[in-house]
Design a protein around this ligand. Sequence first.
Ligand code: PLP
Length: 384
Amino acid sequence: MSKNKKLGLNTICTHVGEVKDEQFKGAVSPMYLSSSYEFLDVDVKRYPRYFNTPNQEFLAKKIAALEHTESALIFGSGMAAISTMFLAFLKQGDHLVVQNTLYGGTVNFIKEEFPKYGIEFTFTNGYKVEDFEAAIQKNTKLIHIETPSNPLLTITDIRAIAKLGKSKGVLTSIDNTFASPVNQNPMDLGIDMVMHSATKYFGGHSDILAGAVASSEEHIERIWNVGKNLGGNLSDMTVWMLERSMKTLGLRVKAQTKNAKKLAKWLEQHPKISKVYYPGLKSHPEYHLAKSQMKGFGAMLSFELTNDLDSQQFQKQLKLIKSSMSLAGVESTMLSPYLTSHALLTQQERDAIGLSNQLIRFSVGIENIKDLKCDINQAIAALQ
Ligand SMILES: *Cc1c(COP(=O)(O)O)cnc(C)c1O
């Protein structure tokens, strides 16, 4: 466990992993852009692709402190983080068990790349621990989960998955992007590795593409060994921007989470909304499980408009809430999963997982709640 675990969330966000400005005593970390460092008489041979420039090395400490792990690595994207993590623990003949509802880029990586390396995989039939157990084979080396999931916000039992992995001698990993470490710390629940698309809440302003993995020193060393060969590091200029963004991670995500909870309750009562998916609602099938493993329920929710409203027209009528592909910025955004993340599935496949064309995914921002409600109401009114 990191020695920083005792510091409060906002103190970690603000201070852990600062690079001290010894020369000028400036208040913020200097940006080290060197791609070339001294090699004689030094403890560390530094090079950006080795993930060990001062800005990379220090920001990794902040991420490790936030996820209560010994160590962490920062990558050029969430996909660089996840692909490097998978390739560090899976080789020819190994088998991965992975949740069926998963970020689309991760699905593509597995389906398009694994066959080239002779790595086997099984997508589960559901998100319950029994579904994962049923998919385990003799050669399974890793179980990978995503909770809350996209876009229906299903909750997988993190403790049960960690226990299952340990009982079978299989490592476990989680994509913790949706919850962020503000709302969920899977390492405390027994998961071996935590990855993030830092493009989302870590960045938080929709202007940075980055990724991260947090775990024990031993696992991070193994991921580093593959990472230096794959070359997926983040540029130091962006590392510096990410550090600046992360100072407000706690403040932002808490404000967004609070807004999301209030909006979920409001939408649930709304006559033109037929269904709301949010783990913080008592009507959510895994509400109690979510409560037992999350510190907050997150700022992502989905809802279905009643059948008389056209979901595309609704989004076109919004004035404040942007219709946008990505998520987790301070600004609220919405999208239609059937036109974006799940566009490549057939209507039948979408029906099978309960993904309606009326479904809208809502990434809740920090705006004043009355303005968000007003925007939704005026868009609905414009369609009637
Ligand atoms: C965006 C996202 C990713 C991929 O991250 P990039 O930074 O776009 O490479 C992975 N997992 C989840 C849950 C995401 O939302």
